[in-house]
Design a protein around this ligand. Structure first.
Ligand code: ADP
Length: 180
């Protein structure tokens, strides 16, 4: 049930100064950030990340998407939580901003249709990427992060979201000055 999933704030989201708001939404529902970094990827890496898009969406969309994702740095993060893959996709909203409901990231920060993006020969700028399935999440997390850069640490979500027992957490005692 506890899953990890990959989120990218795409270059359009970073350049529009939306990074803080997007992270706040994930933290707000109790998802734990277990890894994060800013990275400017090259086309080769981007092509590997979007390996199936050419087949699913067509080569033209893929070419435009590779230009979009490499036009500036992205903020990459791994989020952990119960059914995290599905929950993160819900928070992001559907791929086409026109169809995304207000309250979702794509519905709040974008609005154009696939038709319009195709007309201007651009990939649709929908601010975020999120892994689509559990298998995809596993592959993408290991592509973007080394195992040692994914952190296991306690947070208040452990008590209030995941129902860890408070008495177990109280057993962890602060170190005294003498012990430091
Ligand atoms: P998602 O990002 O929601 O998982 P896809 O993997 O199908 O969606 O597509 C990858 C990205 O390609 C989308 O997020 C979007 O930026 C772009 N894209 C997909 N389909 C189109 C389209 N018909 N026209 C323009 N851009 C598209």
């Amino acid at each position: 049930m506890l899953e990890q999933t990959l989120v990218l704030i795409k270059p359009d989201g970073v350049q529009r100064g939306l990074t803080g708001d997007i992270i706040k939404r994930f933290e707000g529902v109790g998802l734990k950030i277990v890894a994060m970094r800013m990275v400017w990827v090259d086309k080769e890496f981007a092509r590997e990340h979007y390996a199936d898009v050419g087949v699913r969406r067509g080569e033209k969309v893929l070419a435009n998407l590779l230009s979009l994702i490499t036009m500036g740095p992205v903020v990459a993060m791994v989020l952990e939580g119960v059914d995290a893959v599905e929950i993160v996709r819900k928070i992001c909203g559907p791929t086409e901003p026109k169809a995304a409901q207000p309250g979702t990231i794509r519905g709040d920060y974008a609005h154009v249709s696939f038709g319009y993006s195709d007309h201007v020969n651009e990939a649709v700028r929908n601010v975020v990427h999120a892994s689509g399935t559990k298998d995809e999440a596993k592959t993408e997390v290991s592509m973007w992060f080394k195992a040692e850069d994914i952190h296991d640490y306690p947070s208040v979500h452990d008590i209030h979201i995941l129902h860890y027992r408070a008495e177990d957490i109280r057993k962890i005692k602060p170190a005294t000055n003498d012990e430091k």
